[in-house]
Design a protein around this ligand. Structure first.
Ligand SMILES: Nc1nc2c(ncn2[C@@H]2O[C@H](COP(=O)(O)OP(=O)(O)O)[C@@H](O)[C@H]2O)c(=O)[nH]1
Ligand SMILES: [Mg+2]
Ligand SMILES: [Zn+2]
Length: 339
């Protein structure tokens, strides 16, 4: 008799097929200090990553489905990470030349922003590139709607910056907009909340859970900066709905993505460029450019800068692949496609 129904966490026939019949499987709900919490059908167990046996290069991440075996003490050992579906990743802020998986097996990536502070469009675009690249559905959630009189205006600007991305607004006052957020977290799916510290992510989780389950802290009134209260990426099951992943504030958003993700974020540029006179138009000062003067210059400049960043990422990755081809381990992620 199992205590926990893993299908509520998204376990399905395809996951079962990718594991051994006899294997004991579970989902990582939290990673900290080199250990993980893994929810299995018998309950939550503490797990260590058995790096000698699991694929050396794959560090388990919150959201991963894993195979576990009995380990030392009362812990279990992670012996295999099942092949990931959609993965939210960024460029590793410390190593720079590799990606860092933030959340594995995610269906919806929600960028959360608090309306008590301005939203730099470049930051929104960077998050959206990562979100589109994950393969999950990107969403923008504007929290603290009670803190602005310009909700409609801001929403319109954000929508114009995020083609194809639903934009929701919420407030803890009267639970404004919470039902719409709940709709994003369908049963057996996983929704990750990402954004700056103090944006209101943990508050949102609490509102959705209907009780104070996570610690939130007052932001400093002086500058609206949040203090880091959420320290680990944590997967939480919403009764009757799906799973939410609360994350600590993300400061650096190094882009690690295919150009296709960039094209999604800047689909206005891509669509217009079909009418540029030259096929390789850089939308800089070329004659017959259909983008210049239509897309705001600042957005166009950010597009060019992100393109260059992605180009440099490929150069670094190709360099790394060359180095690795002489060594033992393979790349962490499948090959990417340069256009
Ligand atoms: N006025 C207002 N404050 C909010 C709202 N949601 C969150 N906050 C406050 O914003 C601060 C940061 O919230 P928290 O959920 O910890 O942010 P996190 O770092 O993204 O998890 C706390 O003081 C919350 O009480 C809201 O809808 N309206
Ligand atoms: Mg938090
Ligand atoms: Zn052009």
């Amino acid at each position: 008799m199992s205590l926990i129904d893993l299908s509520a966490y998204g376990w399905d026939a395809a996951w079962a097929a990718s594991a051994d019949d006899s294997a004991r499987c579970g989902r990582i709900t939290r990673v900290d200090r080199g250990e993980c919490d893994v929810v299995t059908s018998d309950g939550v167990v503490r797990a260590i990553s058995d790096s000698t046996r699991s694929q050396g290069a794959i560090a388990p991440a919150t959201g991963d489905w894993v195979v576990v075996e009995p380990g030392p003490d009362d812990k279990v050992a992670i012996v295999r990470v099942l092949p990931r579906r959609h993965t939210l990743a960024r460029r590793d802020p410390s190593e720079q030349i590799v990606d860092q998986v933030l959340v594995a097996n995610v269906d919806v990536v929600a960028f959360v922003h608090g309306l008590d502070r301005p939203l730099p469009p470049g930051r929104l675009e960077r998050f959206l590139v990562l979100a589109w690249d994950s393969g999950a559905q990107p969403v923008v959630i504007l929290t603290k709607a009670d803190r602005t009189e310009l909700l409609r205006e801001i929403t319109l600007v954000v929508e114009a910056t995020s083609p194809g991305v639903p934009v929701l607004a919420t407030s803890r006052v009267d639970d404004f907009g919470i039902d719409a957020v709940l709709q994003l977290v369908a049963p057996r799916t996983t929704c990750a909340l990402v954004g700056a510290s103090g944006a209101g992510k943990s508050t949102l989780v609490n509102l959705l859970l209907g009780h104070e389950r996570l610690a939130t802290k007052e932001v400093r009134a002086r500058d609206s900066k949040g203090r880091h209260t959420t320290v680990a990426r944590e997967l939480i099951l919403l009764p009757g709905a799906g799973a939410l992943v609360d994350t600590p504030g993300i400061r650096s958003v190094g882009v690690w993505a295919d150009e296709a993700a960039l094209d999604r974020v800047f689909s206005d540029v891509i669509e217009l460029s079909a009418n540029c006179r030259f096929a390789d138009c850089a939308h800089d000062r070329e004659p017959g450019c259909a983008v210049l003067g239509v897309v705001p210059g600042a957005r166009l400049a950010r597009y060019r800068a992100l393109r260059q960043e992605i180009d440099e990422m490929f150069t670094r990755e190709e360099e790394r692949a060359r180095l690795l081809s002489r060594g033992a381990t393979g790349p962490r992620r499948g090959p990417r496609h340069r256009r």
